[in-house]
Design a protein around this ligand. Structure first.
Ligand code: UDP
Ligand code: MG
Length: 316
């Protein structure tokens, strides 16, 4: 089969209950869409019939490709595995398998792509999905994340998006292990825009994101994109040192003018506060070195060239 214009990448973990409906919606989309589409289904170590179902489908219908991972690696890695297989000439839509995000939004994504955008991400306007807990935690998560990182990770967007093939190539060239794709997608730059949509309830089955997996994702996002926690440590250390001196001056003045302080007490307290401050501060400095090593070991590309204009021709 020739390279399709568009790939759709879908990670699946124990999704046998939604499978039939998912494939029906995708097939209808592929049939009605003016461009050729190939779907890449990634099984993330499911324990149910998902791997069997996608294998049979890929054998039967060449518009579907199946990738079966050896075990459960987690959503972000499964997604990365699918993105590695992308061969579309134009771009890729990334979507969850549970039909919370409507595949039909592809036509809106694609028209923004034709308007010159490289990344078009879905922003949830109405969420009929999930309970209050999930909504609230993700609401605050995005706001805290925004304060903590230097890159502009868009609010209330998930992994549901369309990316040009060149952006996908960049993502695949980033070898970092703890992947927070939304952050990496924002980090790569290019022209980005959003399309808002209403998020539905899961079609069937229950969430595959346990609290543990959610927390891991949140920490990968913060530690992978921010050095502010370390900076806070240095600042707190510095503030403690300043406070210890302020306390020293206060105790001296009090002793001079009023007297009556137990001898040795203030000195002891002063050195205790000072020393904790010095320790915190030193840990912060140590942290700065570790943070630098940490970001270096991510082996992210130093820069990404969007286009080159040379000898009057434009190369992309
Ligand atoms: N998923 C996965 N591996 C996992 C957990 C989830 O591939 O370890 C897939 C899952 O099958 C779905 C997508 O990631 O297609 C999003 O998961 P889910 O809908 O359960 O998350 P939620 O929408 O509840 O945050
Ligand atoms: Mg879901």
């Amino acid at each position: 089969m020739l390279a399709p214009a568009i790939n759709i990448v879908i990670p699946l973990y124990n999704e046998e209950e939604v499978f039939e409906q998912l494939i029906a919606r995708l097939t209808a989309l592929i049939d009605s869409f003016p461009k050729s589409i190939e779907v890449i289904l990634v099984d993330d170590g499911s324990l149910d019939k998902t791997p069997k179902l996608i294998t049979e489908l890929a054998l039967r219908d060449q518009r579907f490709q199946a990738i079966i991972l050896s075990r459960n690696f987690g959503h972000q890695i499964a997604l990365s595995a699918g993105l590695e297989e992308v061969n579309a000439s134009e771009g890729v839509m990334v979507i969850d398998g549970d039909l919370q995000d409507p595949p039909e939004l592809l036509s809106q994504f694609y028209s923004e792509f034709k308007n010159g955008y490289d990344v078009i991400y879905g922003v949830r306007s109405i969420r009929r999905d999930e309970g209050l807990f999930k909504k609230k935690t993700s609401f605050y998560f995005y706001r805290v994340l925004r304060k903590l990182t230097n890159i502009d990770i868009p609010m209330d967007s998930g992994d549901f998006c369309f990316m040009s093939s060149r952006v996908v190539k960049v993502l695949s060239s980033m070898p970092e292990e703890r992947r927070f794709i939304r952050g990496m997608r924002a980090w790569v730059g290019f022209n980005q825009t959003s399309v808002s949509y209403n998020r539905d309830e899961r079609h069937a089955g229950s969430t595959k994101y346990s609290i543990g997996k959610m927390l891991k994702l949140a920490f990968d996002a913060i530690y992978g994109f921010s050095d502010i926690p370390i900076k806070l440590m240095t600042r707190l250390g510095l503030a403690t040192i300043i406070f210890s001196f302020a306390y020293l001056i206060y105790s001296l003045l009090k002793k001079l003018f009023f007297g009556g302080v137990a001898s040795g007490f203030s000195g002891l307290l002063f050195s205790m506060i000072l020393l904790s401050g010095v320790q915190l501060f030193s840990l912060g400095i140590l942290g700065e070195y570790i943070v630098r090593t940490f970001f270096q070991t991510k082996l992210r590309p130093l820069f990404i060239v969007k286009e080159t204009i040379k000898n009057k021709t434009k190369l992309e």
